[in-house]
Structures are given as structure tokens and as C-alpha cells.
Design a protein around this ligand. Structure first.
Ligand SMILES: O=C[C@H](O)COP(=O)(O)O
Length: 246
């Protein structure tokens, strides 16, 4: 099995001081053999953390970027502005952005292209609503999201986050994740051929220190995209530990 990747999405949380304290606690507690670890703070803390993380095993990610390189886009940040700050990864198409900002698959795809051109690794999120799962439309939904959100030649990471599992404390079951991973892998191969075999797939949605080991052991789960638990050093370190052992 290839090295796993654990991504902490801090969302819109924390002051500069909180971030520094959290990162110091993380760095102090990292196990000797670490998986790939990425933290994605709010934009305002990227510069600060870039310096703190530079000489360490923890990489820096952002939570979004614009599809254009520059221009009249008030309030937005381009992919090259992120690489300029030492950012290596960017989360794109998170369901909170799709829901709160009306982001469509096409926009997510354009952002993924921009991210790749700037040298960032895009982490593209997809996931079904509870209604879509209950009515048996989840695989169709995920298939369309892959088709719409991932550009040709995509070489980033796919994150499967069932919307009903995000922030609810109700992670998908290991059976649900395993079945979905199988579907996603088949779909990636159908859409990208041989290259679809190597795209890493993360699971996200109420991953915590208790369930991480069983989720990370599922075939084709290459890591986790962690929200709430990534804000607590002890819980996040425990998830990192589970990935090291997986
Ligand atoms: O990006 C992270 C996901 O939205 C998961 O969040 P959560 O771990 O708080 O459920």
C-alpha cells in the first residue's frame, strides 16, 4: 500500500495565535514515521504557518483558489499567489463551497486546471446528499461529479465526502465506504483509463481518533480529509498515528 495522506481542513476557525499553538503541538507530537500530513488553515494564516512549517514534515494547503491567474476578482486568491506563499495543496469543490457559494462542477474543474498549472496538488471534493443516498442516486451523482469536476489529465487527489457525514459525528459505515470506493475506482478507470488507477482517493466526513484506523484500512482509501478533529492536536495526531500504522 502506498503512503497515506492525512489532510486537516481547519475551515473558518482560529486566530493566528490558535494556529501557532496547534501547529507547535502537532510538530511536537508527530510519530517517527509519518504519512503525508497537510494542514489547510484559513487564507489569513498561510503566510505565518508557511514559515513555521517550512523545515518540517507537514505541508501547507489552502481551502480554495480562483480559476484565473490575476484580474478583477475582489476577495479572491489565485493559485499562483498560494504557491508564492509556499502552499503545496489546495482543496477544491468542498460541499460547503458548492452549497454556500453555488460552485458548479465546471468551476471546480477550471480551478483544478489553474491549481495544476501553478504547481499545486488539487484535492477535489465530491459527495452525495442524504436524499441522494436514500433514493439510490448516490453513484449517479458521484459519477457526474467526477466527470464534471476533474479535468482531462487530472493528477491530483479525489476526496469522497458524503455531505450527510460532514460535521455530524455520523461517519459513513465501513461497508458504505468500501462499496463507494470500489465504485469510484471503477469510474476513475472508466473516465481516465490507466491513469485512473493511480489517482489517490481520500474519505472525509466525521473522521475521528476512534474510527480512523478502521476507515484507513479499507481498500483504496488513501487517507482522510479531516475537519473538526483536525482542530484538536491530540485527535489529529491519533489519526496520523493510525495512518502510519495502516
Ligand atoms: O473537509 C473536511 C470535511 O468537511 C469533514 O469535516 P468533519 O471531519 O468535521 O466532518
Amino acid at each position: 500500500m502506498s503512503r497515506q495522506i492525512i489532510v486537516g481542513n481547519w475551515k473558518m476557525n482560529g486566530t493566528s495565535r490558535d494556529s501557532q499553538v496547534l501547529v507547535q503541538a502537532l510538530l511536537a507530537g508527530l510519530p517517527p514515521s509519518v504519512p503525508d500530513v497537510v494542514v489547510c488553515p484559513p487564507f489569513t494564516q498561510l503566510a505565518l504557518l508557511s514559515d513555521a512549517l517550512k523545515p518540517t514534515a507537514v505541508a501547507l494547503g489552502a481551502q480554495d483558489c480562483h480559476k484565473d491567474v490575476s484580474g478583477a476578482h475582489t476577495g479572491d486568491i489565485s493559485a499562483s499567489m498560494l504557491t508564492d506563499l509556499g502552499v503545496s495543496y489546495v482543496i477544491l469543490g468542498h460541499s460547503e463551497r458548492r452549497q454556500e457559494h453555488g460552485e458548479l462542477d465546471e468551476t471546480v474543474r477550471e480551478k483544478a486546471v489553474a491549481a495544476g498549472k501553478a504547481g499545486l496538488t488539487p484535492i477535489v471534493c465530491i459527495g452525495e446528499t442524504e436524499d441522494q443516498r436514500d433514493s439510490g442516486e448516490h453513484f449517479d451523482t458521484l459519477g457526474w461529479q467526477i466527470k464534471g469536476s476533474l479535468p482531462d489529465g487530472f493528477s491530483g487527489i479525489l476526496a469522497y465526502e458524503p455531505i450527510w457525514a460532514i460535521g455530524t459525528g455520523r461517519a459513513a459505515t465501513t461497508d458504505e465506504i468500501a462499496e463507494t470506493m470500489k465504485f469510484l475506482r471503477e469510474e476513475l478507470v472508466r473516465q481516465f483509463g490507466e491513469a485512473g488507477k493511480t489517482i489517490r482517493i481520500l474519505y472525509g466526513g466525521s473522521v475521528n481518533d476512534k474510527n480512523a484506523a478502521s476507515i484507513l484500512a479499507i481498500t483504496d482509501v488513501a487517507g482522510a480529509l479531516v475537519g473538526g478533529a483536525s482542530l484538536k492536536a491530540e485527535a489529529f495526531l491519533s489519526i496520523i498515528g493510525a495512518a502510519s500504522a495502516a
